[in-house]
Write a protein that binds this ligand. Structure first.
Ligand code: GDP
Ligand code: MG
Length: 730
């Protein structure tokens, strides 16, 4: 039989880092709460019979958010053999609050005080021996990131599990203990003795979920209620507050005995940086500059830009000459003629399509590397904090921003990160809007158009990022004013971890994981799409006869695309590009990289054209078909419309409701369509590209409607005004 050890602790205390160190796996380590939203299991290195469980971080066992429910249910119902409680040594007070609750579960607990490297650097002193004696459970010092003491901590937990050494729970005030004893006697005597305590405390706190779980008879509930009331009257406070206050009193006394802080009152380097970075006035401009720099370095056309230089090389030389040349040689050696269909499929289909996507890998890697560094250093956590301040003014919670940050890598974990949000309505709203963020797979679209039409300007990629954020904020403000979503935002408590030098293995692992999934998709989904697209665009009816076509404007795919292209006519997708853009947008639903893949396949076939200087053939052909405004209308539609199938699946899982899922996808498509139409019709009117038509009127109406929805008063005030009116009438 295997031994199960659960890693439990507050968010951001290093549980996942420890889990990776103990199991030798590489789970995603994040710098904000909500990264581990599901529990994950692994085997302890060198102990095949010991299973380690990484749980989502929780502040207490009174669950409010979904991730807290996951953690609590696991601990209470599955009952691991021991709990390894990870405590952030730089924040003992808040962390011990959970510890006091874990110790009531009747499960052996070992406390591992993490971040000891920081504690020592701050010059703080911790007496672990005394802490262990006062708490009544083994305590060890570790630094998960440096791997110090981690195996010892795990072995202590295994030992505690073996001895089944249940810690003595903390004793509350006499009156409370009296009530708890009554509760245990009345309704809990059937449970094993070690488990009674936790249930008794929860019943005392009137925990709904526990009352339900135990299915107590009404007369018993009434009886318990009497005991609780008596206690509340005597102590003149409500039951939950009594318990909380007692816990904090006890923690205060423990800290007084076991901990000596040197840095008290003095500002650390981290605090000093935060005075500037989270400053009320400077925070936002700094954020814009930092993100601008990130996109400029990775995607921009700067001379110093490593990303672009590498991408130019990848597009021009590697996938422009070397790979096609290599296949030329191979196919030639195999005796396959240039005129054969197989040659066409490989060179014009696969190499052109997959190559167009893979050409962006260097830029992606640089982008992911920079984002991972910002995250690991601790800057992204500050962004969530800063955005909370701004969001709050609009009735939104900063918690909605964390999924957005995660979604800049990939929308799927971004949508899953919405589980940290307590209120169902805010959570739904976040799921509906997180897909607006430009994930890694959308960046090649931006890169393609920036290269083809905007001289590779870094402003294009930066604008894509801020268009995504703006779409989320505008949607949030707009939706909050509907009754369905109205209400105060949830409070957002978040530990700001001290800044630290990025850990190379964390950063490289994060970069590689995101980059690899990008490459993997190119080798699977994108490859398959290229093949299918190549066939569809290479065959069709000419003069009523089915066969290979010279010009892919005569192909079946063109016929299908043209049949649907009218939908996008108001967005300015006209002429030869209309069916290509339509097909690309549809294949983009499978995976967003497919948009560029599709252009790679479709434009490769179009024959000779005049190359623009310093540009790949694909870029020149795109530049010939699109204008700056149609490029933006196309980009905006594809950045904001329904996300890829994987992300839609995530929306479906998180919403757990078909109507809401369809609603979310419909909302995104509608928003994208409206935004792209406004850009083309109004932008085109200004540049003279689009003539005044009925669509111009619709575009203005949409814009005014949007402005109205954003600026109209909040629901509460409309409701009260309605009441006044009905009162006046009555
Ligand atoms: P979780 O939310 O509890 O799973 O925490 P993570 O494992 O995701 O870590 C949160 C942050 O703390 C990451 O930025 C880690 O690099 C950092 N961290 C983890 N352990 C240590 C440690 O021992 N020392 C320091 N300085 N940082 C750590
Ligand atoms: Mg974690």
């Amino acid at each position: 039989m295997s031994i199960k050890i659960a890693l439990a602790g507050n968010p951001n205390t290093g549980k996942t880092t420890l889990f990776n160190a103990l199991t030798g796996t590489s789970q995603y380590v994040g710098n904000w709460p909500g990264v581990t939203v599901e529990k994950k299991g692994g085997t302890l290195k060198g102990h095949r019979d010991v299973e380690i469980m990484d749980l989502p971080g929780v502040y207490s066992l009174s669950p409010y958010t979904l991730e807290e429910v996951v953690a609590r249910n696991y601990l209470v119902t599955e009952r691991p053999d021991a709990i390894l409680n990870i405590i952030d040594g730089t924040n003992l007070e808040r962390n011990l609050y959970l510890t006091t609750q874990l110790m009531e579960l009747g499960i052996p607990v070992v406390a591992a005080v993490n971040m000891m490297d920081v504690v020592r650097k701050n010059g703080d002193k911790l007496d672990t021996k005394k802490l262990s004696d006062t708490l009544g459970c083994p305590v060890t010092e570790i630094s998960a990131i440096k791997g110090e003491g981690v195996m010892e901590a795990a072995e202590k937990a295994v030992e505690a599990a073996g001895k089944a050494a249940v810690p003595p729970p903390h004793r509350f005030n006499g009156t409370v203990e009296h009530a708890l004893a009554h509760i245990e006697e009345l309704v809990l005597h059937n449970l094993p003795e070690t488990q009674q305590r936790w249930y008794a405390v929860k019943l005392f706190e009137r925990d709904e979920k526990v009352i339900q779980q135990l299915a107590l008879a009404p007369d018993k509930i009434a009886h318990i209620e009497g005991d609780i009331k008596a206690c509340e009257d005597e102590l003149d406070d409500d039951a939950e507050s009594i318990i909380t206050a007692e816990r904090y009193n006890w923690i205060g006394s423990i800290i007084g005995k076991c901990c000596r802080r040197r840095s008290q009152g003095k500002l650390t380097v981290s605090d000093k940086i935060d005075q500037i970075v989270t400053n009320r006035i400077l925070a936002l401009p700094i954020f814009v500059i930092v993100m601008g720099l990130v996109y400029a370095i990775s995607m921009g056309g700067w001379a110093i830009s490593i990303g672009t230089a590498a991408t130019d090389w990848a597009n021009d030389v590697l996938f422009g000459e070397w790979v096609p040349g290599l296949f030329d040689t191979i196919l030639g050696a195999a005796g396959i003629a240039e005129e054969s269909w197989l040659y066409g499929l490989i060179q014009d289909g696969i190499v052109a399509g997959v190559g167009a996507v893979l050409g962006f890998v260097p830029q992606m890697l640089v982008l992911f590397l920079l984002l991972c560094i910002l995250e690991d250093v601790g800057y992204m956590a500050r962004i969530a904090f800063i955005m909370d301040r701004i969001f709050r003014r609009f009735g939104l919670s900063g918690k909605s921003f964390i999924p957005m940050l995660v979604a800049t890598g990939c929308g799927v974990p971004g949508i899953m990160a919405s589980r940290t949000i307590e209120q169902d309505r805010d959570r739904k709203m976040t799921i509906m809007t997180t897909g607006f963020m430009p994930c890694g797979a959308k960046m090649p679209i931006v890169g393609l158009f920036a290269g083809a039409l905007f001289g590779g300007s870094w402003l294009v990629a930066t604008s894509a990022y801020f268009i995504g954020i703006a779409a989320v904020i505008i949607s949030g403000v707009m939706l909050k004013k509907f009754k369905m979503f109205a209400g105060e935002p949830a409070p957002f408590v978040m530990e700001l971890p001290a800044y630290h030098v990025p850990n190379p293995s964390n950063v490289l692992r994060g970069t590689w994981e995101r980059g690899w999934s990008f490459i993997k998709r190119a080798g699977t989904v994108i490859l398959l799409s290229s093949i299918v697209l190549w066939f569809l665009q290479g065959y069709g009816f000419v003069d009523g006869v089915f066969g290979a076509v010279e010009d892919n404007n005569d192909s079946i795919l063109a016929a299908i695309g043209n049949a649907a292209a009218w939908i996008f006519y108001p967005l300015g997708w006209k002429g030869d590009m209309a069916w290509k853009a339509t097909v690309a947008s549809v294949t983009g639903l499978i995976a967003k990289e497919n948009v560029v893949d599709t252009f790679g396949v479709l434009y490769h076939y179009a024959g000779d054209i005049d190359l623009i200087e310093d540009s790949t053939p694909l870029w020149s052909m795109v530049a010939a078909d699109f204008s700056a405004i149609t490029a933006y209308s196309f980009m905006i539609f594809n950045l904001l419309c329904a996300p890829c199938f994987a992300a839609m699946g995530a929306i479906k899982r998180e919403m757990n409701n078909t109507k809401w899922t369809l609603g979310a996808i419909g909302y995104m498509c509608g928003f994208a369509y409206a935004a792209a139409m406004v850009v083309y019709q109004i932008g085109g009117l200004i540049t003279g590209e689009a003539a005044f038509s009925v669509f111009t009127v619709i575009a203005f109406a949409l814009l005014l409607g949007l402005i109205y929805l954003v600026f109209r008063p909040y629901r509460e005030s409309t409701a009260s005004r309605l009441n006044e009116r009905s009162v006046a009438r009555a």
